[in-house]
Design a protein around this ligand. Sequence first.
Ligand code: 3HC
Length: 306
Amino acid sequence: MNKLVGLTRNFSSSSSLNAIKTVTVVGGGLMGSGIAQVSAQAGQNVTLVDLSPDILQKSQKSIENNLRRVAKKIHKDDASKIDNYVKESFDRIKVSTKVEDGLNSDLIIEAIVEKLDIKQQLFNKLDELAPQHTILATNTSSISINEIGTGIKRKDRFGGLHFFNPVPVMRLLEVIKGDHISEETYQAMMEWGKSVGKTCITCKDTPGFVVNRLLGPYSAEALRMYERGDATKEDIDIGMKLGAGYPMGPLELADYTGLDTNKFVLQVLYEKTKDPVFKPIPLLDKMVAEGKLGIKSGEGFYTYKK
Ligand code: 3HC
């Protein structure tokens, strides 16, 4: 089945009174630009906010390229339809360096740096300035939703929307229920997730939610296996691709996700669960300290052309 099939769907106004039609994404990195892209593809008006004009410029370039990949799949060799698809979707995304320009949306999704205090500051500001009906959501991979939302008043209109990399391709969206989310907000988030072509699953506010809680031990054990010299990196990766049907091996995936992100997720899981499987891994610490972060730095377990 075409992995991108969900992306061709148009956003249909749902029966819910709270259907989300306008979205602001705060953070123009890989995840933020992917979220902006799938929202625009689904016909929604998007504001993409980042403090850095350079990052916004890079995001726009990557969104345009990725929209073209999607358009080519939908419209095959029809060049004018491809161009139209790219232009129409691309034009739905406005960019800004000021969060104030994105306040008037039905949904604001945060996809900034994984630092609790910085996320809290942002949400406190959004809570104060955004209209009452606006739903606030975080794309955090592993920080507690309840902790991020400690200072906000609209706790009933706040939750987690956790996307996977690459956002335009991965079909899953984890909808995370904080302790105070209302049923109405939860349903609006689930409907919105479907409208952008994702299959939604629900998880309580637990460390790593569903996917990272399960990927964490798998990734950690693969790193330790390589660290001990049990097998070569190539054989570990081939093993899981051909023996377990994974699209990427665990070390390739670590390079793809970013070794710093990997380290961060394991660290949070260890702090929250004290499960020794998540204990720091000296090899991972060393590689991150040396700036070997995977694809984004040009070197991780493998080397990449920049
Ligand atoms: N935008 C649009 N389309 C894209 C794309 C993008 N950014 N990236 C890839 N594609 C499309 C390609 O055009 C291609 O389409 P086709 O199959 O219809 O021709 C398809 O996706 C596959 O791409 P490629 O042929 O370039 O490469 P691969 O076949 O090797 O697939 C992959 C690449 C989709 C990344 C695949 O290897 C994969 O699924 N890997 C696992 C990724 C994964 O596990 N992600 C989750 C990480 S954990 C996470 O994100 C959580 C966070 O909290 C850390």
